[in-house]
Design a protein around this ligand. Structure first.
Ligand SMILES: Cc1cc2nc3c(=O)[nH]c(=O)nc-3n(C[C@H](O)[C@H](O)[C@H](O)COP(=O)(O)OP(=O)(O)OC[C@H]3O[C@@H](n4cnc5c(N)ncnc54)[C@H](O)[C@@H]3O)c2cc1C
Length: 305
């Protein structure tokens, strides 16, 4: 099995997501080559060929130019799998490449099972198993779904690539979202509200426990989408990645996109009415209870200590 992994370079830096792609390849014992539009002073470390295009010329965002460069690497490597992160760069570039190659694309892969790929469906309520029918296959991997590779000291063999394909859009730069509100990444304790809280008034129950523990409260995406909690408190792939000493997940099922943002917490307590909820697989303690009864009782107890 041969893989071409697509590394990302943003705002002058190589992104760490390449380590998860390398981990995915190692898990499948694949021979690896990497593609990067970046700079030669920040290269990923791995044993293999690195197809490197200069970011000064090809810019950080230039999908048509990057596609033309990638096609060169694909032609040289003839990989079985071309693997992107399921990131804004991957979402944009992977389908263009798949279309140009006439290859299948499987997006947001979270596992490999039975010779196929598992992807979430119906807002992660279902897992869909998909097999590719084309010779080459383009994948995007969900962030956090595969363990990062162990650090390597081996520098890659750099193969410079270039193209004069004219860009069809002009990258003008990034604009950071306005800062403000809470920074969950600095909290030692986070108590998070999931859809299981049932109604917006119950956010207060979660916030009260967080305050009693001297921490902050967070939320899963449905709670934020419903505007019960502001977006800067969302935990997960499209929210913040947090690593508190204690994470209390209240009424949260444990979808991969939520786990990706909190599974590195030191100690995880989950409160859920469903003893089989997937969050139980990573929780240190699973309390099978109705959060509306359990959380206020726990808060009361902590306050009385
Ligand atoms: C591209 C993409 C990006 C995403 N990014 C994120 C992200 O950043 N963060 C994120 O969280 N999600 C994200 N999601 C959504 C994710 O797939 C899940 O839909 C979401 O995490 C589910 O949230 P939840 O666990 O709160 O709700 P549900 O999955 O509906 O789970 C609710 C849980 O509450 C339990 N429950 C119900 N009543 C009670 C009660 N009274 N007491 C205790 N437990 C109860 C239920 O048993 C259930 O386990 C993303 C999805 C996509 C497609």
């Amino acid at each position: 099995m041969k893989m071409l992994l697509v590394a990302e370079y943003r705002d002058g830096k190589l992104l760490g997501s390449i380590n998860e792609l390398l981990g995915f390849a190692a898990g499948m014992a694949a021979e690896v080559a990497v593609f990067l539009v970046g700079k030669d002073d920040t290269l990923p470390k791995f044993a293999g060929r690195l197809y490197l295009a200069e970011v000064e010329k090809h810019l950080e965002y230039n999908p048509d130019g990057h596609k033309a460069l990638l096609l060169q690497a694909v032609e040289k490597e003839e990989p079985d799998l071309i693997v992107f992160s399921h990131s804004s760069y991957g979402w944009d570039l992977a389908p263009r490449l798949a279309f140009a190659l006439g290859a299948s694309q499987i997006s947001e892969v979270v596992a490999v099972e039975g010779g196929g790929f598992i992807v979430p469906a119906c807002n992660a309520k279902l897992r869909r198993q998909v097999k590719s029918l084309t010779k080459g296959t383009v994948l995007t991997l969900q962030v956090g779904a595969f363990p990062a590779a162990d650090n390597s000291d081996t520098p890659p063999t750099v193969v410079p690539i270039d193209t004069d394909a004219a860009p069809l859009v002009r990258f003008q730069g990034y604009e950071a979202a306005a800062e403000g509100g809470v920074d969950l990444t600095k909290a030692g304790v986070i108590v998070s509200a999931g859809r299981g809280i049932g109604k917006p008034e119950n956010v207060a129950i979660i916030a009260a426990l967080a305050a009693a523990l001297g921490g902050e409260y967070g939320a899963s995406r449905p709670v934020v989408d419903a505007q019960w909690v502001e977006h800067n408190r969302q935990v997960g792939t499209t929210g913040q990645s947090v690593t508190p000493k204690l994470y209390v997940a209240c009424g949260i099922s444990g979808a991969i996109q939520h786990l990706a943002g909190m599974k590195k917490s030191e100690f995880i307590v989950a409160v859920n009415t469903d003893r089989d909820a997937p969050i139980g697989e990573i929780a240190d303690v699973l309390v099978v209870a109705d959060l509306k009864q359990f959380i206020p009782a726990l808060t009361e107890k902590i306050r009385s200590l």
